[in-house]
Ligand binder design. Structure first.
Ligand code: 26Q
Length: 814
């Protein structure tokens, strides 16, 4: 790419404004300016894409195919500008047109095709794969509606549909010529031919899958890979049959049903819905993706499948695409005539599976009846996989042990037999990874111990990571400039370079510059808060931030109960000595998760009361921001002093917000859970606030019998705060509106050990307070956090996957 000047860009932008959008400088809306800018930038994106595609097909490269039901991409303009190194020059070009780039970036809707951590991880991985020049394709669903938009009405969460493509999406290219046909329902015929049984699946319905390609721009001259998202459409010939038989209305119905498949992202995270449409979504995108992979492979190699596993790796992002295992078996055997053993070899050498959860309610199972109705041939194949596995492998290792067989079987017996997708994924893959060291250890010891005995090399760890391009360079320009100055400009490629900052951690001048940046970021966030919830917050206060999906195991209610305890202390003693604190939350609750919604309501009600109580002198503010999403995270993270990572030990597989916050200089207030453990190892425990029960202590407590009521009766502060939930203090005239939280703790056994950890949490909060008043000590710890987060670069995660699982080579653009 030759030197791109502001003049060149300005001309391109104006050309798109006039030539594509039919408007002109004096008249154009901000949306039009944004669209024209994106179109101008897209010319460079597409040039990189073409070059990369050429390199890949010239070398017949081995590639990883990342199958995920979620890709939480967020906004792309700022990201693409940074990765193309065109940010400053575009800012200049727009300034010449009287436009401010920072304002225009706000015109872009988030691409919110995911719920939370798992979806954002997939997006960070794509960024890193392109940056490292690894051949990779992301496969997912082109949802018409991404994760719902959240508003609050009288403090309660209201969901509204997200329509991210209402004004079009300049980044995507539809490729109708690469469509696939996906079959559903029907029955299986067995034919006897040439001395062999042949299986023929006669589908009850067929659906068309249309691919939309989104270019993924690597950093600074790297590759441009593709994210391919499938949209469902009615199959034309199917419609016409019905239509011609006089069934015009039926044909419309068929079409509506077909198009329902890619309509909406399921908004649950960590829970299983068991809905037919969800299974169809899983199969729809998996089957289309495998057919696409097959098309590419057979174009180069015909029906010779001996090279398949050399060229193709498929990663299953959790069990959501696990039906890929029987699907690839079906394609190889039924369509390409491979025998079972050869097909099975191909499968197990192709697939690898990432586990993201240990929560029992989040482990996917499907009723055998539903599975058989939707995917009759796949159920047959699953039975055969299971039979061979149980008789050939399990029986050999544990002869006559029916208990182990029942546990390892893909089919869960009992009332209503079910297909266990986790077991299917482990059996069908050559590697299974957890997402942080402790999580992977628990996958081995607690979730899949027998599989680990059977295949000791299969279960491994790859600790998660985040892309430093989005989560530092783009979102925190002030800190990035300081790092450019004191490290060098290459740090976004090699985050370990930040280590150099550790030497400056006690340098008074550097501390001042670093903390001044934090202060300015807090000033910016204070403006956002004012605009969104109309509350004034003081940038000198501690900004204490908990941002993540709402879930009991993440314990936003532990944070809330502590806030209420602090408030009681202030009411009892207006001189109670504490540094002013702003507690900030961002969280969406799954629409069907009643207690999670009650916790949001409670936070809003407590916030109302506290923010409007003049008697506490503004020492506490509580902010619940609506519609937490990637673009809001980008404004919160640079301004955080404290990062709340307070899940019950053993429950949070990794967490990735913890990494983003620490990288931007927030001190972690956290339990020894997920990646917090590794963050504390890197930063040093003295630069974090670690508290609470460990995984082993949680286990011991469960074994001995945990009694939350005993804690309640022995700690008067806890008792008083919990009893507050039953009054109308925060909900005037409506006592009991907040009682469900108390009940979940006292009557339902406090599954997530909120009371067991409360005192340790409160003590840790006192240490946060004390340290914040020691400005130098705080600055030192904050700087060391930034300096030591090199490990959590998703580039490092990708290199680990390549080394331990994928075995890819780099192909830089020639
Ligand atoms: C399942 C069935 C039906 C409908 C929805 C789902 C579903 C959807 C999303 C189940 C789970 C998810 C998402 C899980 C998730 O985000 N897990 C998080 O993954 C992160 C990346 O590894 C980790 O850092 C987090 O610890 C983990 O909670």
């Amino acid at each position: 790419m030759g030197q791109v000047t502001a003049k060149i860009l300005k001309d391109k932008i104006l050309q798109h404004l006039r030539g594509s959008l039919g408007t002109y400088e004096e008249k154009a809306s901000p949306k039009a300016w944004w669209t024209a800018t994106a179109a101008a930038v897209n010319e460079y994106v597409m040039a990189g894409l073409t070059e990369t595609q050429k390199t890949h097909s010239k070398h017949d490269t081995r590639a990883v195919n990342y199958l995920s039901l979620e890709f939480l991409m967020g906004r792309l303009l700022s990201n693409n500008l940074h990765n193309l190194e065109l940010f400053d020059v575009t800012k200049e070009a727009l300034a010449e047109c009287g436009q401010d780039l920072t304002d225009l970036l706000e015109e872009e809707p988030d691409m919110a095709l995911g719920n939370g951590g798992l979806g954002r991880l997939a997006a960070c991985f794509l960024d890193s794969l392109a940056t490292l020049n690894y051949p990779a394709v992301g496969y997912g669903i082109h949802y018409e509606h991404g994760l719902f938009e959240q508003t609050f009405r009288d403090g309660r969460q209201i969901e509204r549909p997200d329509s991210w493509r209402d004004y079009g999406n300049p980044w995507e290219v539809v490729r109708p010529e690469s469509n696939q046909t996906v079959m559903l329902y029907g029955y299986v015929e067995t034919k006897y031919e040439d001395g062999k049984h042949k299986k023929i699946w006669h589908p009850g319905r067929t659906i068309k899958a249309i691919p939309w390609d989104i270019p993924i721009v690597g950093y600074a001259g790297s590759n441009v890979n593709i994210l391919r998202l499938w949209e469902s459409r009615a199959n034309d010939f199917f419609d016409w049959d019905v239509f011609n038989a006089g069934g015009y209305v039926d044909a419309q119905l068929e079409q509506a049903q077909a198009e329902t498949i890619s309509k909406v992202l399921y908004p649950n995270d960590e829970t299983e819905a068991g809905k037919e449409l969800r299974l169809i979504q899983q199969y729809f995108f998996t089957a289309a993706s495998i057919a696409d992979i097959m098309r590419r492979y057979t174009r180069a190699h015909g029906k010779d499948f001996s090279q398949f596993t050399k060229l193709i790796a498929i990663q299953l992002n959790d069990t959501h695409p696990a039906v890929a295992v029987p699907e690839l078996m079906r394609v190889l055997m039924d369509l390409h005539d491979l025998n079972w053993d050869d097909a099975w070899d191909v499968c197990t050498n192709t697939f690898a599976y990432t586990n993201h959860t240990l929560l029992p309610e989040a482990l996917e199972t499907w009723s055998v009846g539903l599975f058989e109705k939707v995917l009759p041939r796949h159920l047959e194949i699953i039975y055969e996989i299971n039979h061979r596995f149980l008789t050939e492998e399990v029986e050999k290792k544990w002869p006559g042990n029916d208990e182990i067989k029942a546990k390892l079987s893909i089919i869960q017996e009992g009332h209503g037999r079910r297909v266990r997708m986790g077991n299917l994924s482990v059996i069908g893959s050559h590697k299974v990874n957890g997402v942080a060291q402790i999580h992977s250890d628990l996958v081995k010891s607690d979730l899949f111990p027998e599989y680990n005995e059977l295949w000791p090399e299969k279960l491994i760890n790859v600790t998660n990571g985040i892309t430093p391009r989005r989560w530092l360079k783009a979102c925190n320009p002030r800190l990035s400039a300081l790092i450019d100055e004191h490290v060098d400009k290459e740090w976004p490629r090699d985050l370990y370079k930040l280590k150099k900052l550790a030497k400056l951690a006690t340098n008074a001048k550097f501390q001042k510059a670093y903390m001044e940046i934090k202060y300015q970021n807090k000033v910016d966030l204070a403006k956002v808060i004012k605009k969104l919830v109309d509350v004034d917050v003081d940038p000198n206060a501690i900004f204490d931030i908990q941002i993540k999906r709402l879930h009991e195991y993440k314990r936003q209610h532990l944070n809330l109960i502590h806030i209420m305890a602090l408030y009681r202390r202030l009411l009892a003693n207006p001189d109670y000595d504490m540094a002013p604190r702003v507690f900030i939350f961002g969280a969406k609750a799954a629409p069907g998760y009643a207690l999670a919604k009650d916790i949001i309501y409670a936070i809003n009600k407590v916030a109302d009361k506290i923010n409007n109580d003049p008697s506490i002198g503004g020492k506490i503010k509580v902010i619940m921001l609506p519609n937490y999403r990637v673009s809001l995270a980008e404004k919160l993270i640079p301004a955080a002093d404290v990062s709340e990572q307070i899940s019950t030990a053993g429950k949070e597989a990794s967490g990735t917000g913890n990494m983003k916050l620490a990288l931007n200089g927030a001190l972690t207030l956290g339990t020894l859970d997920g990646a917090n453990i590794e963050i504390a190892e890197e930063a040093g425990e003295e630069n974090c606030f670690i508290f609470g029960l460990t995984v082993d202590e949680v286990k011991a407590l469960n074994e001995k019998g945990y009694d939350p009521r005993a804690v309640y009766h022995n700690d008067s502060e806890i008792k008083e705060v919990l009893d507050w939930f039953d009054t109308d203090f925060f909900t005037p005239g409506h006592p009991g509106e907040l009682s469900s939280i108390k009940r979940s703790i006292l009557d339902d056994g406090d599954r997530y050990k909120v009371l067991a950890d409360f005192r340790a949490y409160s003590d840790a909060q006192l240490k946060v307070d004390a340290k914040y008043r020691d400005k130098k000590a705080w600055a030192k710890s904050a700087i060391i956090n930034t300096a030591t987060m090199g490990k959590f670069n998703s580039d490092r995660s990708m290199e680990d996957y390549v080394e331990r699982i994928w075995n890819l080579k780099k192909y830089p653009r020639s």
